[in-house]
Design a protein around this ligand. Structure first.
Ligand code: HEM
Length: 431
């Protein structure tokens, strides 16, 4: 098997500063191949192919646990980070609220939030405009509305505090052996202050909903849960993060790809306007826009908001000829899976023609895994998909985007995949 010494230069420097660009490079040079990444005494197994990744996530999932160390340290034990009985009990609390969200309500909440985002983008234009904070806020509003109900949380500040904590948490999660980034004192101070503010505002929201006689909802259920080892504040923070950061990342990359291709932008805008006219979007109308869902799926294929999943094995296993010992740390590269040219020729390009009658099929469908897979698959697949479809329709209708920054792409992996330093675009009212 291919072995790569992560301590060799210039790789170690790149790994520390831009882990995700290493994933893209491995996908380009060694598509589909398993790779052992060595750092001192640590040996990490990186998988990039459909068969082995599905084996770990889906068919043999019981032999693997989640590995999300940094987040647990910062957020405490939540449904996102735990496994086994505790995870099952926590899952049972929030799952009905997440999967129970009605798609029509997600459309309504998304129209409101993204019309407001369009106003804010246009007010900040022509730019260059930093689009991440505006889209973070919009996805925060949607998730608060559709899953938390009457929450009373200050979403603007909550979103920024969550991101500060996550930026630090993601550094800790992927530290390996000698390649650990030195603990940045300033980042830690910012993260600690944000965590304290988050704990205070989430505790207040939980207590308010707990005190409401006869009220129901996700916050109340979390407030009332009596599960040993659980942490209500961590649970709310993790659910907020899971619901907003990933969707916002997909939105940001979607606008970047549209800015990169004015013809594609024009084509999709025409389709959106052809179907919607002046009417506010409904789910049925959104589903009739021929290429919109394919575009959304291409965005998440090219720039998967969660570029890699971490697992740790609890039992010996063999995955298509690769021996796995108990305790082995695994990295499942969603970037590798989505950029294998055998499955997705010219993987870096948006190609709507991959989606026959709007969908991928065969091996391509099995390889498209932006939401993960198996028993730990994203709980918000439906919310995320409907929200993104609505948001792209609203923004294409209102806003024209152009590139402002022609420098080569560098990535920042805070909880989800972002452009280093943020994405800046030129903004104008769409004609
Ligand atoms: C484009 C949007 C989204 C993407 C790409 C995404 C991606 C993911 C991925 C890859 C995982 C699995 C992580 C792993 O296996 O280690 C996950 C888990 C999860 N996601 Fe999402 N997500 C999105 C939106 C949402 C939304 C809107 C919600 C709604 C609240 C949500 C809630 C969750 C939850 C609760 C989990 C943990 C599931 C569990 O293990 O119990 N996500 N997401």
């Amino acid at each position: 098997m291919l072995e790569i010494n992560l301590e060799s230069e210039p790789l170690s420097e790149t790994w520390r500063n831009d882990t995700v660009s290493v994933l893209y490079e491995l996908a380009r040079q060694f598509p589909g191949q398993p790779v052992t990444m060595i750092a001192g005494r640590e040996r990490l197994l990186l998988l990039q192919d459909r068969g082995r990744i599905r084996h770990v996530l889906v068919s043999n999932a019981d032999k693997y646990l989640k590995n999300f160390g940094g987040f647990e340290m910062l957020f405490g034990r939540s449904r996102f980070t735990t496994d086994g009985d505790l995870w099952r009990q926590l899952q049972a609390i929030s799952q009905p609220y997440i999967t129970g969200a009605r798609p029509a309500e997600v459309v309504t909440a998304s129209v409101t939030a993204f019309e407001r985002a369009a106003d804010r983008l246009l007010a900040a234009g022509p730019g260059p405009v930093a689009i991440d904070p505006i889209l973070n806020r919009a996805t925060g509003d949607v998730i608060a509305d559709v899953t938390f109900g009457d929450h009373g949380l200050d979403i603007e500040n909550t979103v920024e505090d969550l991101r500060n904590v996550l930026r630090f948490g993601s550094q800790l999660s992927w530290n390996i052996g000698s390649l650990s980034t030195p603990d940045d004192e300033n980042e830690r101070r910012i993260a600690d202050a944000s965590r304290a503010r988050l704990a205070q505002s989430i505790t207040a929201a939980l207590e308010r909903s707990g005190a409401m006689v006869g009220a129901s909802g996700l916050l109340k259920s979390i407030f009332e849960m009596e599960i040993e080892g659980s942490d209500p504040v961590a649970e709310v923070a993790a659910l907020l993060f899971a619901g907003l950061d990933t969707s916002a990342a997909a939105m940001v990359w979607g606008l970047f790809l549209l800015a990169n291709s004015p013809d594609l932008q024009k084509h999709l805008r025409q389709q959106v306007r052809g179907v919607l006219g002046n009417a506010p979007p409904s789910l049925e109308m959104l589903q009739q826009i021929p290429d919109l869902a394919a575009f959304r799926d291409e965005v998440m294929r090219i720039f998967p908001p969660v570029p890699m999943l971490g697992r740790i094995s609890v039992a010996a296993d063999t995955v298509d000829g690769v021996e796995i010992e108990p305790g082995q740390r695994l990295m499942l590269s969603i970037v590798g899976l989505h950029h294998d040219p055998q499955t997705f020729p010219r993987p870096g390009q948006v190609q709507l023609s991959r989606y026959k009658s709007g969908r991928l099929d065969g091996a391509a469908a099995q390889s498209h895994m932006p939401f993960g897979g198996g028993k730990r698959i994203c709980a918000g697949v439906r919310i995320g998909n409907v929200e993104l479809l609505t948001a792209f329709a609203v923004l294409l209708n209102r806003v024209e985007v152009k590139l402002a920054d022609l420098s080569p792409l560098k990535f920042e992996w805070t909880a989800s995949l972002r452009r280093r330093g943020g994405q800046r675009l030129m903004i104008a009212a769409a004609r």
